[in-house]
Design a protein around this ligand. Structure first.
Ligand code: SAH
Length: 372
């Protein structure tokens, strides 16, 4: 365990005063030497948590087919970009590219871009994608290729830094990270009262309620929406979260598959907050795009045919492999597992047809695109 990050945060707070929760989260996850994503390979069975693409190849394959289908529905444009945000080990991209081959012509149109801040994970992505693609890496969404773009983000938005605000009898305060009484550890505190003008966007709350807000997520959604409106393509965002903006302290830490105190062992535990999908949708719509969903991950994957894919894989599998495929199918789709809590939303240009896996909109019906 590294105490270096804790020590550096304690020194910083001692000299400069308490920091915001967003500053804490971004140091804990992305500090250049001691941040969680700089030092660890947190994914998979041996890591702290397991993500959908690491559970089964079916997840990425279906998303690859979704991209190919959406590309075709938009008139098969001849040169496109695939941009993945927070690609982890590169497993999702690898499965997407394999599946993309099944639609003739699609893979050849694709340029692959990865948005990743961690040098350690960039190396892992390069290794895992060698022979399949030579991606271009980016720190953020500036300098995107000017062509139709398919954005993919699985468990990316939940890792972006959040601010937290707490309501008191007299007004709103920002939640801050300061020092414990002994001055050696971290502890939550509150700022002084904030001006009303800063709090206009916060939902109605009772005293004591905490609200979790992620400006970075809104800004990423707006950039993707603007790009898609201008050049075409679509975005698919999958995350643990809620469909409506509401009060809640959703910041959580996980270490070795167990919840962990948020301010303990910074840099050694994963930190996430639930994604506010209503805020993402509003940001995308304000930028002129159309949004679809959110729908549950289970419903989405079933609409794309995950049960048929599982049966097909099972035909050529050993009994052990068949049991693993069935277990993965359950894990990805069942309500008490990832099927409902994980939400899927898409962004397309305002006039684009509804992509597969989402309920058709009125615009599709009036333009005769409904498939029944
Ligand atoms: N999508 C992967 C990994 C999810 S974990 C999967 O499903 O397995 C979050 C990923 O986002 C990691 O790759 C992490 O390094 C990256 N990341 C976190 N914050 C980031 C930021 N601000 N900008 C770019 N990438 C970030």
């Amino acid at each position: 365990m590294s105490k270096a990050l804790l020590d550096s945060l304690v020194r910083r707070i001692r000299s400069q005063g308490p920091i915001t929760v967003a500053d804490y989260m971004s140091e804990a996850l992305s500090h250049p030497q001691h941040g969680y994503y700089q030092t660890q390979d947190p994914f998979g069975r041996a890591g702290d948590f397991i993500t959908a693409p690491e559970i089964s190849q079916m997840f990425g394959e279906l998303i690859g087919l979704w991209c190919a289908d959406t590309w075709q529905a938009q008139g098969s444009p001849p040169s496109c970009a695939l941009v993945e945000l927070g690609p982890g080990r590169g497993t999702l991209m690898s499965d997407i590219l394999r599946a993309a081959r099944t639609l003739p012509g699609f893979e050849q149109t694709l340029e692959v871009h990865l948005v990743e801040t961690s040098p350690a994970l960039r190396r892992l992505q390069q290794e895992n994608l060698a022979g399949r693609t030579e991606p271009t890496w980016h720190e953020d969404l500036e300098n995107l290729p000017q062509r139709p773009t398919f954005f993919l983000a699985n468990e990316f938005f939940d890792a972006l830094p959040v601010h937290q605000y707490q309501r008191s009898e007299t007004g709103w305060h920002e939640r801050l990270v300061g020092l414990s009484d002994d001055g050696q550890n971290l502890a939550f505190g509150l700022s002084g009262a904030l001006p009303d003008s800063l709090c206009n966007d916060l939902p109605e709350c009772s005293p004591g309620d905490v609200v979790t807000v992620c400006p970075a997520a809104r800004s990423y959604a707006a950039i993707m929406a603007k790009h898609i409106s201008q050049y075409g393509g679509a975005a698919l965002c999958i995350d643990y979260g809620h469909d409506h903006t509401a009060a809640g302290d959703t910041l959580q830490a996980v270490k070795q598959h167990k919840y962990h105190p948020v301010l303990q062992d910074p840099g050694d535990a994963d930190l996430t907050a639930h994604v506010d999908f209503a805020a993402l949708c509003n940001a995308a719509k304000s930028a002129g795009a159309q949004t679809h969903g959110p729908v549950g991950q289970g419903a989405f994957l079933k609409a794309l045919g995950i049960e048929t894919r599982a049966a097909l894989l099972g035909e050529s599998a050993t009994p052990d492999q068949r049991a693993a495929i069935a277990a993965a199918l359950q894990r990805l789709t069942e309500s008490e597992q990832m099927g409902t809590l994980f939400r899927v939303m898409a962004i397309t240009a305002a006039q684009a047809p509804t992509p597969a896996g989402f309920p058709v909109t009125e615009a599709d019906c009036t333009e005769g695109r409904a498939s029944g």
